[in-house]
Design a protein around this ligand. Structure first.
Ligand code: HEM
Length: 471
């Protein structure tokens, strides 16, 4: 078709600088900017500015923010083959390599087919006792009345769990190196989002942040290579991801190289604990703010568990806790934005917009979840939005904390089981109160995390005590 038969699409959007595009405003308040974009319609065009047009050698290069769930479904599911992940910043590419998070096409299908069974069904529930035991041990260590950095506690807990899944052993002193490297990586990725200069600076340029990241990654890599080598030489095969990868073959039937195994392990190590830790941190935050929700949860835990450590079979009976978890993921989705997709060819969206070939398509769970059209009074915390009745009437694809389509989160079942068991175990033992005087805001880096370390005080709670029983 020619331009004579299709009129050029007209999009609305906030005013942006012709040279610099929307990046200064986005940098100033990313989350607020995205919410403001809702006021301009279902598809909002953000021209990237002349500087990026020149660098990308793409005329009229623009991001298109999707605000309508029907368009989201179209891009992520119905026409997903037309929308591939856009190239990643150098730091991300250095960290994740050719792991399943960033590959495309046949290679990506092959990796998913290999890994998915490990993170589903009975294989996942087999880890329930391990998760609950670790959460129980952690809560037992907390002293009554002391203050803890809940984000850090959750990160170490989820790291120790994913470590067992990946390597079949307990995490040791390595945990500090990993957490420190993630912190540097997060800061660098944020810097690259925020500054064009930073995003164009290769990692070999010896800035202090680059040196620290490289140093941390090298330490992690030498550890991964040591694990691979040890396991190759071992006579036994464990039931862990490392053994799965060592036994696997690539699309040509060849054994995976150490580098390919490194990339998958690194992907799961990072994607598989930071997200869940943030989801839990935000849930503790919400529970500390809404006493009536906390009390109802305590009643449910009393009724279902009666003081015992939960098992996988208890999870479906903890209905109200699941509603809290879902609502927490709505308000604070750890993956606040999906990876930007690039439109391969021009495409008509269900909302009526026509995306040009080369469009950079931006989908943000944060913004979709806080859109009053799909969630009335969207900033209010209300677990009832996820009651069985409400679940039946919700507009499909308005709630996508785990993404959708062929790139939906591989660890979703695991993350959910892990999150719910940790909540049930810890909430049965203690109450967590936000320390006064902190201003907590969500900060969008690689994941959506609190802007400051979140301090909470621990109150030991015998949940069978009558004062928790609410009529
Ligand atoms: C609450 C916790 C989690 C949330 C909210 C979450 C969210 C997401 C989202 C939104 C995506 C899709 C990104 C996109 O389409 O651009 C994704 C992908 C992925 N997640 Fe998760 N995730 C969580 C936990 C986990 C865990 C525990 C694991 C591993 C054990 C994991 C492994 C992955 C992998 C490997 C992918 C890439 C899938 C692919 O591209 O085929 N995630 N996650």
């Amino acid at each position: 078709m020619t331009n004579q038969t299709i009129p050029p699409p007209i999009f609305s959007g906030p005013p942006v600088s012709r040279w610099r595009g929307p990046f200064s405003e986005l940098r100033r308040d990313t989350l607020g900017y995205l919410l403001n974009c809702q006021t301009y319609g279902d598809v909002v065009k953000l021209p990237m500015g002349l500087v990026l047009e020149l660098l990308l050698r793409q005329r009229d290069a623009a991001m298109y923010v999707l605000n309508h769930p029907a368009d989201v479904k179209h891009v992520l599911v119905t026409k997903q083959d037309n929308y591939r992940k856009a190239p990643v910043a150098p730091v991300e590419s250095r960290i994740f390599g050719q792991g399943v998070l960033h590959t495309e096409g046949d290679m990506h299908h092959h990796q998913r087919r290999l890994l998915l069974p490990f993170f589903h069904g009975n294989h996942v529930t087999a880890y329930a006792d391990l998760i609950a035991d670790k959460a129980h041990d952690l809560a037992t260590q907390w002293q009554d009345g002391t203050a803890i950095d809940i984000g850090q506690e959750m990160a170490y807990l989820t790291l120790s769990i994913i470590w067992r899944l990946l390597f079949g052993r307990e995490v040791g002193a390595e945990a500090d190196t990993i957490r420190e490297t993630i912190a540097v990586g997060q800061r660098l990725i944020k810097l690259q989002y925020d500054s064009l200069l930073a995003s164009l600076t290769p990692l070999w340029v010896p800035t202090s942040a680059h040196r620290r990241l490289t140093h941390g990654l090298e330490a992690m890599e030498s550890m991964l290579h040591r694990f691979i080598e040890e396991r190759r030489g071992a006579s036994h095969r464990n039931d862990d991801v490392l053994s799965l990868l060592l036994a696997a073959t690539d699309m040509d039937g060849r054994q995976l190289s150490d580098e390919e195994i490194r990339d998958e392990l690194m992907t799961f190590l990072l994607a598989g604990h930071e997200t869940t830790a943030n989801a839990l941190t935000w849930t503790w935050f919400l529970l500390s703010q809404f006493r009536s929700v906390r009390e109802r949860l305590t009643c449910e835990l009393n009724e279902v568990l009666g003081g015992r450590v939960p098992a996988a079979a208890d999870v479906p009976r903890l209905r109200y806790m699941k509603m809290i978890w879902d609502e927490s993921l709505r308000l604070y989705p750890p993956a606040w934005s999906l990876h930007t997709r690039l439109a391969h060819t021009q495409d008509h969206l269900p909302s009526g917009a026509v995306l040009p070939s080369g469009a950079w398509v931006f989908i943000s769970p944060w913004s979709l979840h806080r859109n009053a059209r799909w969630f009335p009074d969207p900033n209010r915390f209300d677990p009832e939005r996820f009651s069985e009745a409400a679940n039946r009437t919700r507009l499909p694809f308005s709630y996508i904390p785990f993404g959708a389509g062929g790139r939906r989160c591989l660890g979703e079942s695991f993350a959910e089981l892990e999150g719910l068991l940790i909540l049930a175990t810890i909430a049965s033992k203690v109450q967590l109160h936000l320390v006064d005087g902190q201003t907590i805001r969500p900060e969008p880096v690689m994941t959506l995390r609190p802007n400051v370390p979140m301090q909470m005080t621990v109150e030991r709670a015998g949940i069978t005590e009558p004062h928790f029983v609410v009529a």
